[in-house]
Design a protein around this ligand. Structure first.
Ligand code: DGY
Length: 321
């Protein structure tokens, strides 16, 4: 009997896939940093049973209608706003994601953005690289303390909790806003539940970890930035579309807020001529929240295990629908 075909939309080193070769016919796009052209994807899904997708692949009705045998889409991300869940349901396609395995790594990245924006690390390094350093000076590259400040986490899921854990080591006052109150997390992490407005008004650092949905679309808009302290530092490690970028650029330029650390953008990849990239008080990095070798390895394995489970007629391990 022929093996079910799996199509992987980015190049992944064959060593990660060896243990699956016996049971699956694995094909993949041959480039790591370039999306598979849509026409190629249409051809490949025509006889595929499983699709291993990344967050820049749009999995929609148009694609699904060309994939009559498709049983599962395994998305290599915890977020799945690139996937039309309704269309998948209609076509009886299971969708899986990669929760848990990436939470701590993404929390590390969130905290490193807090630290690099607060202490102006990127700006300061640029100074040295450009050979501009003349002498030590009292307020030279003076940033802002992290220790003892108030951290506001918007979205207290697994990644939000990871950030709170790290923040407690810095003696930060932790407050959060979430769709529903999480009393267990409040006790474990000494975190205070506050309204969204109060969080905006009273936090020194605001980290957003909410998924992108209709409700969170442009949640951080002009009105939100106006409520923040002028010393506030805004960090986004969730999805770019939860921010109105024009309003953010304006807030950063006019001093409405102090700085921003951004891993995600409305349009990715963001280009170097984007107004956000040109600002000195902003650290922009290329959506690397979960990018450690250990975690990306676990994400690949979880995608493949989900695929194997579904094509073998078992329950998916981490289904989202
Ligand atoms: C995710 O998994 O959704 C992250 O954004 C990837 O880094």
């Amino acid at each position: 009997m022929s093996k079910p075909k799996v199509y992987i939309t980015r190049k992944i080193d064959a060593s990660y896939l060896e243990s699956y070769q016996d049971q699956l016919d694995i094909r993949m796009w041959e480039k790591e940093e370039e999306s598979v052209p849509r026409e190629t994807l249409y051809k490949e899904v025509a006889d595929a049973t499983a699709l291993f997708a990344v967050l820049s692949d749009s999995i929609d009705e148009d694609l699904l209608s060309k994939a009559p045998n498709l049983k599962v889409v395994a998305n290599m991300a915890v977020g799945y706003d690139n996937i039309d869940l309704e269309a998948c349901k209609k076509h009886h396609v299971t969708v899986t994601n990669t929760p848990d395995v990436l939470s701590e790594t993404t929390a590390d990245l969130g905290f490193s953005l807090i630290m690099s924006t607060a202490r102006r690390i990127v700006e300061a390094e640029e100074w040295v690289k450009q050979d501009k350093w003349q002498s030590w000076a009292p307020f030279f590259f003076a940033g802002t303390d992290i220790y003892g400040k108030t951290l506001g986490i918007v979205g207290m899921g697994r990644i939000g909790e990871g950030i709170a854990k790290r923040a407690s080591g810095f003696d930060m006052n932790i407050q959060y806003h979430n769709r529903s109150r999480k009393k267990d997390a409040e006790e474990r992490l000494n975190a205070k539940y506050v309204s969204f407005d109060e969080l905006l008004k009273t936090s020194d650092f605001i980290v957003t970890v909410v998924p992108h949905t209709q409700e969170t679309d442009k949640l951080f808009n002009q009105a939100a930035f106006e409520k923040m302290k002028s010393s506030a530092i805004f960090i986004n490690i969730s999805r770019g579309k939860v921010v109105d970028e024009e309003a953010l650029v304006n807030a950063l330029k006019t001093g409405e807020i102090q700085a921003a650390g951004l891993d995600v953008f409305e349009e990715e990849p963001i280009r170097a001529d984007h107004p956000l990239v040109g600002l000195n008080n902003t650290v922009c990095i290329p959506h690397i929240g979960s990018a450690s070798v250990e975690t990306r390895t676990k994400m690949v394995e979880l995608c493949m295990d989900n695929i194997l489970a579904v094509v073998s007629g078992k329950e998916a391990i981490t289904p989202v629908s």
